[in-house]
Design a protein around this ligand. Structure first.
Ligand code: ADP
Ligand code: AMP
Length: 218
């Protein structure tokens, strides 16, 4: 199963990706998580990406596409994958299509999580993230069992530097101008499925599995 999760920042992509990855036994690939790991390890890639991320801008396509295709070439992606936060531009979507076409593969579904803008600031400023596995929590809607510690791996959870209102405004503008055009791109391919992201975390997950069940058994 090859799936893309789309939606504005705060839609719930990372939250759902963890559960979908477990349910379908496919790797969860978050370009944001990969960049953050590289930043905390002070790698060359991390140094290149850092200022773009801190300003809420996209890391340039040439860097991001190379990183993602390299990840897709790893063995655990042979039977499928779940992309969270990629593609974010038409150039990235075209590069992904080209990669899949060359391997006679295709995406099974692009799940678009829709959330009105009034939900987003509240979700993002209350978000807390695991420094190790990237799991996403919320101080009110999805707190961890033990305060400050990740339920999954036990590591510390923190507020991301780019989850401030100021950076968020830029991230939302970038979503509108560069990522939103992908909705029409995938609609025209007939693989875009919309999910109402305002429901509870569990209800969104149930809807997604229903949609994926029918997309995969077509
Ligand atoms: P994204 O990966 O799309 O940026 P996240 O999955 O990190 O978004 O979710 C953003 C914030 O909203 C997190 O704090 C998360 O706990 C919370 N959240 C996610 N889904 C829901 C939901 N359905 N209802 C309420 N809060 C949610
Ligand atoms: P995320 O964790 O998905 O919210 O991503 C955090 C930040 O990482 C984004 O605001 C971008 O700066 C960068 N990033 C993640 N994925 C991509 C991508 N596909 N293209 C460009 N930049 C990205």
């Amino acid at each position: 199963m090859k799936i893309v999760l789309m939606g504005p920042p705060g839609a719930g992509k990372g939250t759902q990706a963890k559960s979908i990855s477990l349910r379908y036994s496919i790797p969860h690939i978050s370009t944001g998580d990969i960049f953050r790991k590289n930043i905390s390890n002070n790698t060359e890639l991390g140094l290149k990406a850092k200022s773009f991320i801190e300003n809420g801008d996209l890391v340039p396509d040439e860097i991001t596409i190379a990183l993602l295709l390299d990840r897709l070439n790893q063995e655990d992606c042979l039977d499928g994958f779940l992309l969270d936060g990629f593609p974010r531009s038409i150039g990235q979507a075209e590069a992904l299509d080209k990669y899949l076409l060359e391997r006679k593969q295709h995406l099974d579904a692009v799940l678009l999580i829709t959330v009105p803008s009034e939900f987003i600031i509240d979700r993002m400023t209350g978000r807390r993230s695991c420094i190790s596995c990237g799991a996403s929590y919320h101080i009110r809607y999805n707190p961890p069992f033990t305060s400050g510690k990740c339920d999954i791996c036990g590591c510390d959870i923190i507020q991301r530097k780019d989850d401030t209102e100021e950076v968020l405004r830029e991230r939302l503008e970038v979503y509108q101008s560069q990522t939103r055009p992908l909705i029409d791109y995938y609609k025209s391919m007939g693989i875009l499925k919309e999910v109402d992201g305002t429901q509870s975390i569990n209800a969104v997950f149930e809807n997604m599995t229903r949609i994926l069940g029918s997309a995969y058994n077509k």
